[in-house]
Design a protein around this ligand. Structure first.
Ligand code: PLP
Length: 453
């Protein structure tokens, strides 16, 4: 006899053996190559070898690879299992009932990792390849702390030292994240710090400097370049990061196939674009080959509207102009992001491959204000029982709106989203929302300089 659970399952699981054995590289399926990163001085494509002092060699190889699948080393698959992969695909049935929608809503539970987000999927890979080539120490920056926590966890698993330059305002305001990183054994410095020349010069001018993500990146790069045993790691935007995150969508595809369901629309939030890409690209592969009609929706804050109001052009990846130029939708690398609670969505640009797909009309971008986003998050918490990260709540807002639209048009669409983080260390944001203290920001105008014609 069929039980409810087998006929119409609420949680779709994979066994450990079913973890994908390779990652999916979308670069193989694009009809033209992605616009390459350019050297800001010469405006010529960056020579990959010049990046070897910054990134592990294998990661550079993956960055420029056009192979469709890249084997996941057994040690990384084991580490994935250790942190709780495969994650379940969950049917949000109570939310559906609450909304009285004929739509079916599913989410991939990436928030179940030990640090509470999808970020360990790439942190583990980056730490592994670095340990393989003899790197002793990893250096990075962190804004809100999600990425720093993930790299601290991965460093502890692969016996590497880890240093995180954390934007000073977050360091002071988010002691929970800092303590988490220190518990994993990482060294966390408020940025600007006195440990780099750049940081010291800023503190000499203003000893209470609040810091920015751009400054923290510059300090992490300076630190890496002055320590031979160290390499730098980045938590989003780059091709190799999106590649590692494809584990999310590859699992989700198997899970949907196991219940014979095809999603009509896939949604995710975008900061740099890695969790969205990781979830969506394995499905996009079929769309690019004309084998599927699935739609893709990327959600961002109206306060940092890179893809909805920005320009598709070459821009710097950081504020201090130390990185190569990347072709992306950007609000400009000098854009001062308003202090919204979704720290992970305050980046001025987005991943080049995602921007390419948006430009081609294959991914639809949409933007929301933070108060409507927190309202959606509360509805989700009260129906589904989990409190989402403010970042994740941006796509939950879309999902709820779309489910309501389906009710009005009586459409039985299958809506799926990437539940990329929990909000248990963001309760201050919920407190502010509930006390009516949240402010909605929207830039009046956006100026983007063009560096390449
Ligand atoms: C870092 C982060 C993001 C933004 O980064 P992406 O690269 O766009 O995924 C979104 N949500 C959560 C929970 C994060 O930790």
């Amino acid at each position: 006899m069929q039980t409810l659970a087998t006929r119409d399952p609420m949680r779709i699981h994979l066994s450990q053996d079913e973890i994908p054995t390779s990652w999916y590289n979308i670069q193989a399926d694009l009809t033209e190559p992605l616009p390459p990163p350019l050297d800001p001085g010469t405006k010529q494509p960056v020579n990959p070898v010049s990046l070897e002092r910054i990134f592990a060699k294998e990661l550079i190889r993956q960055e420029i690879s056009s192979e469709q699948s890249i084997t996941i080393p057994e040690t990384i698959r084991e580490a994935y299992i250790q942190i709780g992969r495969p994650t379940p695909l969950v049917r949000a049935r109570r939310l559906e009932r609450f909304l009285r929608t004929p739509a079916k809503i599913f989410y991939k539970a990436e928030y179940l990792s030990p640090t509470g987000s999808h970020k360990p999927n790439t942190a583990l890979a980056q730490a592994y390849y670095n340990s393989q080539q003899g790197t002793r120490r990893l250096v990075t920056e962190s804004g809100a702390g999600q990425w720093g926590s993930a790299l601290a966890l991965a460093s502890s698993i692969f016996n590497l030292k880890c240093r995180v330059y954390m934007v000073r305002v977050s360091y002071d305001q988010k002691p929970g994240r800092r303590t988490m990183m220190e518990t994993y054994g990482a060294q966390v410095l408020p940025s600007p710090s006195r440990d780099t020349k750049f940081g010291k010069s800023l503190l000499d001018q203003n000893q209470d400097h609040p810091g920015t993500l751009g400054i923290a990146i510059s300090e992490a790069l300076e630190d890496t370049l002055t320590h031979e045993d160290s390499r730098y790691c980045l938590g989003s935007v780059l091709n190799h990061v999106l590649l590692h995150q494809s584990i999310i969508g590859l699992e989700a595809k198997k899970q949907f196939e196991s219940i014979d369901v095809e999603p009509d629309v896939l949604a995710g939030c975008i900061g740099g674009g890695s969790n969205f890409a990781g979830f969506a690209y394995p499905f996009m592969s079929d769309k690019l080959k004309g084998k599927s009609e699935t739609e893709f929706v990327a959600c961002e804050p109206k306060a940092v509207p890179s893809t909805t109001r920005g320009t598709y052009t070459y821009d710097f990846g950081d504020t201090a102009e130390m990185t190569p130029l990347l072709k992306m939708y950007t609000v400009g690398h000098k854009y001062v992001s308003p202090p919204i609670h979704s720290g992970g969505l305050r980046y001025h640009g987005k991943a080049p491959s995602l921007c390419y797909l948006i430009d081609k009309g294959l991914v639809k971008p949409i933007a929301y204000h933070q108060t409507e986003v927190f309202q959606a998050a509360r509805t989700f918490a009260q129906t589904e029982g989990m409190i989402p990260a403010p970042e994740t709540a941006h796509c939950i807002k879309y999902v709820i709106d779309e489910a309501i639209r389906c009710k009005e048009s009586n459409e039985e669409r299958v809506i799926a989203f990437n539940n990329c983080g929990h909000g248990l260390l963001d309760l201050k944001a919920y407190e502010d929302f509930q006390a009516g203290r949240l402010v909605d920001y929207e830039p009046a105008s956006i100026q983007v300089e063009s560096y390449v014609r």
